[in-house]
Write a protein that binds this ligand. Structure first.
Ligand code: PA5
Length: 433
């Protein structure tokens, strides 16, 4: 039974059933090339079968348990696909304040190497100075500048504090199975290492140790998460648009894009979904934005952003569509109390839950935006469980790969990312640039 349901009523009448059906044969072709490995980027299709092939849980859970016992602070060092998935999972599943709560507090979890800000890292080092730390440095290529810089600083700090051997026991490396500088360093210094399959690219790697190990350290049930992903692998294995919501979503996006709706706004109503939206933006941005094509992925957090971006979305440039991520039910229900003096006029809501109000905010927003010329659809998510999250990750991976193929672009490369690096290396005087 699926924990996700896609509701597309608010795309009518802009998108007709005939238009959707007209793309079925193209979808069949791309589905076949995904399965047969005959499409663009076919050397990176390992993510398709990660859930059904999952057998790594024992090592991941046992190293995670050791790390949990050895430190107060756990730092994930990585950028892009090497950190967004675990960050999304931890914030989706744990308390908004897990680093401050006793029930979660060992270890607190922070992220480094996702920027080159001196102040950010110096502030982090202040925070951890007197704490016991462990780190997981994650880089598939093993050569990415941002995490490499942060790792150098952390390694030096840890070796001063614990000695080389002590530091070694507190450093876990996740990198490509057989290439890259980080792999050789890990082999040379004897770091515990998780390997990323060669046929899984960065932004499709959340269901490998890249995402799973930090989530396990955060106390997340990764077996349940992979079971949810496995459900998705089976649910989205059929090319029929009437039976595959991931492909249906892909087709809707494609048709909207063709009608000039070139920006997709992923709108959430839960702060816990903030980094899930960041993960999604990277997945869409790097997979689809090339060859002068691609939907621009944006995100907002409602109702907060209804008080900042709401005006623009309601009445600004009509080149956008929205996808709402809506949570079926919160873990805990808070009821609105009655006030003797109804000064704020809220007594009509006394006894109602916050979920009820949030749900009406979604319904009201969806219909206002539709009336304002912003077609929208909703992905309803049953709950904030690992099972649902596993399904969500796989749903979007499958959908984005399909939209990219419908647009005739390679979903699995990111050649454009190299341009800033070349300039930066030249400016820094890197040999050979
Ligand atoms: O999706 C991708 O491949 C990229 O976003 C990478 O994840 C990101 O650039 C980090 O690369 P690496 O893991 O090699 O350090």
């Amino acid at each position: 039974m699926s924990n996700l349901s896609l509701v597309c009523e608010n795309l009518k009448p802009l998108i007709s059933d005939e238009e959707v059906n007209s793309l079925q044969s193209e979808v069949n072709l791309h589905h076949k090339s995904l399965l047969e490995g005959s499409g663009k980027g076919s050397e990176y299709l390992g993510w398709l079968g990660l859930p059904s092939g999952f057998s790594d849980s024992t090592k991941i859970i046992s190293v995670a348990d050791t790390i949990r016992k050895s430190c107060d602070v756990f730092i994930v060092v990585g950028i892009g696909g090497s950190y967004l998935g675990s960050r999304a999972g931890i914030s989706y599943l744990n308390s908004s304040f897990s680093n401050q709560l006793d029930s979660y507090s060992k270890p607190e979890i922070y992220f480094a190497g996702q920027n080159i800000s001196s102040d950010y890292h110096a502030d982090l080092f202040d925070l951890i100075a007197d704490r016991d730390i462990c780190i997981n440095v994650i880089s598939k290529s093993g050569t990415t500048t941002e995490p490499a810089v942060a790792f150098r600083l952390l390694k030096e700090m840890m070796e001063k504090k614990y000695g080389s051997e002590g530091a070694r026991d507190r450093i876990v490396v996740t990198t490509d199975s057989n290439k890259g500088g980080l792999k050789s360093l890990a082999d040379e210094l004897g770091y515990r290492t998780f390997l990323i399959p060669g046929d899984v690219g960065g932004r499709y790697s959340v269901l490998t140790p890249v995402g799973l190990f930090p989530m396990a350290v955060a106390g997340i049930n990764i077996k349940e998460l992979m079971e949810g992903a496995y459900l998705a692998e089976r649910l989205y294995a059929n090319s029929s648009l009437s039976q595959n919501d991931a492909y249906y979503y892909a087709v809707m996006r494609q048709l909207l894009n063709q009608k000039g709706k070139t920006t997709e706004i992923l709108a959430t109503f839960q702060p816990a979904f903030h980094y899930l939206a960041d993960w999604w933006k990277q997945l869409v941005g790097e997979s689809e934005g090339k060859d002068l094509k691609g939907i621009f992925p944006a995100s907002v957090e409602f109702t907060s952003d209804l008080h900042s971006m709401g005006q623009w979305i309601q009445e600004g440039n009509r080149n956008v569509f929205e996808t709402f991520l809506v949570l079926g039910s919160s873990r805990r229900q808070l009821k609105i109390p009655a006030f003797k003096n109804d000064a704020d006029g809220l007594n009509y809501l006394a006894g109602e839950t916050m979920d009820t109000i949030n749900e009406k905010a979604w319904l009201g927003t969806a219909s206002a935006h539709k009336d304002g010329g912003v077609p929208n659809m909703t992905l309803r998510i049953k709950d904030r469980s690992p099972y649902s999250l596993g399904q969500i990750f796989y749903f979007f991976e499958r959908a984005v790969a399909m939209t990219a193929y419908l647009n005739a672009v390679n979903p699995f490369d990111q050649p454009g990312v190299e341009f800033y690096k070349k300039n930066m290396f030249k400016l820094l005087g890197k040999p050979g640039f």
